[in-house]
Design a protein around this ligand. Structure first.
Ligand code: NAD
Length: 514
């Protein structure tokens, strides 16, 4: 385990590279104290009715609507995304998740009856949903407001308390989330916040918490899975992606280029489900390249607060270096750069979107998560080849298909190894609470739904206590003569078709009478 650093963390404004704020990392003893507080608060919070828990969520929801200008400003300052995206992909997405759970939470988590069928007339079965206890929530920097509040909403609704660690680069947004929860006056100890780098999160997952909800890279996700595996600590992992887009010759080219551009460059390409590889059918390859290059050249990279800005800065220097590395590696191996691909200024982390062609799967840009404004484009001839290339990755988060022939599209979508497939769309409904969101392969496991935040409890009740009606289950001791009964009954019960069942029943009666 890494040791926790005690020096202040500099939070950088990505637009100018200057220090936006300094934050004191939580010490080990502070983290342990927060976990204890969360555990102490659990019995009270979990005993509150849904209605009561929902009143607190409603307060948070209203505070977010009321303070949305300040919230959007803080997100754009700390993360660098254009103000439009702060409103759309952070605040509106958060409100959408909260509204859905406020309205439907009681129903989603209400007790459900299971009908066991005529064979078990005296039995009744119920499923209820119970909280885990204290959940450790660890989130990345790319959606610093939406991702935490999506997890916090479901954590609280499920009756859990939590300890949350934001990514250190966006601790200013983390502090804002803490302030909002404080203003909502949640009972003492229910919502706890810690700050710092990976070492603070390691202390959290090595403690006595009851579940981990993690969103972040596959690399860190695997480390967390290892720690949780040793303790059999339940964990949900929402990890990275290398999402392909398949463009068929019959697509509407303008529409496809527009959708791919947004899906690849929104949030400066720093989304888990960003389009990171584009496969274009050979007949339209040249036309596609020309069109998307012209469109990319027209996008405005700049200050997140400038109304004309389409693409804000990257989060930090580390991201700039990583993306430059991927582009250089591709060019070294024969790729052609059609536009952009370089840093725009020395202050701030602005980066011109790049379009690359002549790429192949030996290049980093086609294999590793780039997480930046880079669109590598490759040619394919047949559907089989497109599916093979799209699946040739160790990730499996999402994929998109662009075509005007949708009649048979579910067949192709079914062959793509990813949790979500968009047809003629990108990045949409990732945040919609009705839609599942889960990765295959190195993109993790967990569904992001409310049922990831509760345990399932099954209660089965046999009314055999009414002796005259139902003296005892007939498979109980003694076994004498029962092997013969079961031999016969298996056919009666499980054989298909009324005729066959009737024949088996008749034979069974004859056997018993002999
Ligand atoms: P990251 O994995 O570096 O960090 C995520 C969080 O884990 C941070 O809070 C970090 O402090 C913490 N952490 C770092 N080392 C740790 C350790 N050893 N033990 C425990 N916690 C540790 O990811 P990032 O760079 O902040 O975010 C980008 C990644 O997140 C990308 O891979 C992206 O695809 C992924 N992501 C996935 C989804 C999804 O829904 N699948 C959504 C958003 C982002």
């Amino acid at each position: 385990m890494q040791t926790i650093k005690e020096s202040l963390i500099n939070i950088i404004n990505p637009s100018n590279g200057e220090v936006l704020s300094e934050i004191k990392p939580s010490s080990t003893s502070e983290i342990i104290e927060k976990i204890q507080k969360a555990k102490t608060a659990f019995p009270l919070w979990s005993s509150l009715s849904f209605e009561k828990r929902i009143t607190y969520l409603q307060k948070i929801y209203e505070l977010i609507i009321r303070d949305r200008r300040d919230i959007a400003t803080t997100i754009s300052k700390n993360n660098g995304k254009p103000l439009t995206e702060s409103y759309l992909t952070e605040i509106a997405s958060t409100l959408q998740v909260m509204e859905y759970h406020i309205k439907n939470g009681a129903e989603l988590l209400s007790e459900k009856n299971i009908h066991l069928g005529v064979l078990y007339p005296a039995k009744k079965s119920f499923i209820s949903y119970v909280p885990y206890g204290t959940i450790g929530i660890i989130e990345p920097w790319n959606y610093p407001f939406y991702l935490p509040f999506s997890a916090i909403t479901k954590t609280l609704l499920g009756g859990n308390t939590f300890v949350f660690k934001s990514a250190s680069a966006v601790s200013v947004v983390g502090k804002l989330i803490e302030k909002i929860c404080l203003k909502a006056e949640l009972p003492d100890g229910v919502a706890n916040f810690i700050y710092g780098d990976g070492s603070a999160a390691e202390t959290l997952i090595n403690s006595e918490i009851d579940k981990v909800v993690f969103t972040g890279s596959a690399e860190v996700g695997k480390k967390i899975a290892e720690v949780c595996g040793k303790k059999l600590l339940p964990v949900s992992l929402e990890l990275g992606g290398k999402d392909p887009a398949i463009v068929f010759k019959n697509c509407n080219l303008d529409y496809a280029c527009g959708g791919i551009l947004w899906g690849a460059l929104s949030n400066s390409g720093q989304a888990c489900a960003s389009i990171e590889r584009v496969y274009v059918q050979s007949e339209i390859y040249a036309e596609f390249l020309e069109k998307i290059t012209n469109m990319a050249k027209n996008l405005k990279v700049g200050d997140p607060f400038d109304d004309e800005t389409d693409i804000g800065p990257l989060i930090n220097e580390e991201q700039v270096k990583k993306i430059e590395g991927h582009i250089l590696d591709a060019i070294d191996k024969g790729a052609i750069l059609h536009c952009g691909g370089k840093r725009l200024s020395t202050s701030g982390f602005y980066f011109e979107p790049a379009i690359l062609s002549n790429v192949n799967h030996s290049m980093k840009v086609m294999k590793e998560e780039t997480f930046g404004p880079v669109i590598p484009v490759m040619k394919f001839d047949s559907v089989e080849e497109a599916v093979y290339l799209a699946n040739d990755t160790h990730y499996g988060l999402a994929a998109s298909i662009w075509t005007s022939e949708t009649g048979n599209i579910k067949k192709i979508a079914g062959k793509l190894n990813s949790g979500t497939v968009w047809v003629n769309d990108s990045l949409f409904l990732q945040a919609h609470p009705k839609c599942p969101w889960q990765g295959y392969k190195d993109s993790g496991y967990g569904s992001c739904s409310i049922y990831d935040f509760v345990r399932v409890k099954h209660i089965s009740l046999d009314q055999g206590y009414i002796p005259s009606l139902h003296p005892k289950s007939f498979w109980w001791y003694p076994y004498k003569g029962k092997a013969r009964s079961f031999h016969a009954l298996i056919e009666v019960i499980f054989k298909d078709g009324i005729k066959e069942k009737a024949k088996a029943t008749f034979q069974t009666i004859i056997d018993f009478l002999r």
